[in-house]
Design a protein around this ligand. Sequence first.
Ligand code: HGA
Length: 616
Amino acid sequence: MCGIVGAIADRDVVPVLIEGLKRLEYRGYDSAGIAVVDEQDVRRVRRTGRVSEMENAAIAEDFHAHLGIGHTRWATHGGVTEANAHPHISQGVALVHNGIIENHEEQRERLRELGYQFESQTDTEVIAHLIHHYLKESNDAGTGPAQGLLAAVQRAVKDLTGAYALAVVSRKEPERMVCARMGCPLLIGLGEGENFVASDVSAILQATRRVIFLEEGDTAEVTRAGVRVFDGDNVEIQREVHVSDVSLASLELGPYRHFMQKEIHEQPRALADTIEAVIDGGFSAELFGANAEAALRDIEGVQILACGTSYYAGMTARYWMEAISGLPCSVEIASEYRYRAAHANPKHLIVTISQSGETLDTMEALKYAKSLGHLHTLSVCNVPESAIPRASELVCYTRAGAEIGVASTKAFTTQLAALFQLCVVLGKLHGKVSEADEADYLEQLRFLPGSVQHALNLEPQIALWAEKFAGKQNALFLGRGLHYPIALEGALKLKEISYIHAEAYPAGELKHGPLALVDAAMPVVVIAPNDKLLEKVKSNMQEVRARGGELFVFTDQDSNFTESEGVHVIRTPRHAGVLSPIVHTIPVQLLAYHTALARGTDVDKPRNLAKSVTVE
Ligand code: HGA
């Protein structure tokens, strides 16, 4: 979603801002802009569309400065227009904003009465006017300008309800940038005689790795010489400096055509990294934190909360959880759970799953679960130090590396691997997993990266199938048991990047409704490895074939499918046991990718979608 970058330096910061915005493009956006403070004036350039278009305009207008802020906008309030793009300016105060201001209408009224005129339909513009209003008030009262912008921002944010990450500059104070955070992530990058602000570390990685993560309610003043951070009571406070280990290589495309393709192919490595600690040290509670054992022994059940692809990871984990650990497990979409009058069992472990660790609905669901009295919380997350793990008692970091493609791939399979580890650890602690079982699970994990590599080798065959899908309007995905969530994930991937309408059903549900859709124009993808439900799935497939539906079956070596008229089969070389859902994810990812390629869509930045969903 929206991205923020800001810089103050002796050098020209415009290239830093542009480079930062390009690095934030992966989050999904619809317009971009920068504002710079140069010789007592604020200049701004904004464009709808790509950062490169805005960059060309900035070059044409000869933008250079030592202080500036930039933004990629994913519209929430007001259409995709240049007037709604950030930065917004109020009489020399320029600001960029991520988030949503819930009381913007009330503030708009108040500001109109104070004489302010609005140029955009955004909620953001009220913040610029509010800051200007307080700045003017303190100037009129004779308070020196050196303190002006910071104090004005600190006063303005007290009038706001909702979520924000802000970076603000003023033409009257060309020596500082002020920022604030509530509900949306924001960090400060520390350089040598130059400093930065960003919503995501990837935006400033080319300049520094030393970062301070702002906490909820913090404000900060950033100058060339240093940074001062204040808590929600405006008391100056020291925040820890972290050294980011995000690799620059993970942000580069390398020999691949798209980040999604790169990330699909990175899965053997990403999985090997995620399971490394278990392979070396076994299924130990310490994987989830130093004091995890007591908490994990204490629980009586599990409640998983997540959104989108992460929700499907949770659905898969539910099958493992109940079978392996014997603990009752429910899975719920975070945005639904947070508004439901849920009956909490305090001893049910809350497990949240979020690639970015900043998914707003998941964060709010976690807060709600805590307010209901849940005693223990665990986060499965790919971004260290992000908001959700920091708000959780226990953490399991997936080690997928930066995921840039909007459609999640390696984050999903590594989430599955992490959740599988959790299931086995809970099984051990709750007396369900014997030493022999544990050895067996370890062996299966050990083979996992290799099995995934074999599945990747099927790419040429899958690309041929994709040519048939490219001309279709609809597709149906079927699976049963552990593979039903993988059918859901396959349908979601196809929808997200090829814009083909796709739905997934548990195969047993077919004749309760969706069979009515099946005819010769409807391709039906079936995920059918050799497990205890295989014979049932085969009967469901007969029902499709009898109605003229064309079947595309992903299976493994052990199941005796044969190709025939209207039945196409692709096999993974070996049966992956209980981890089969992870291996069978690869073919559905590749099918979606190659279908999108054949249809010529923007694979890494599908229309209307954003990477980290940081607004409601
Ligand atoms: N509400 C603001 C910012 C939106 C945002 O943060 N998107 O991720 C707007 O609509 O401009």
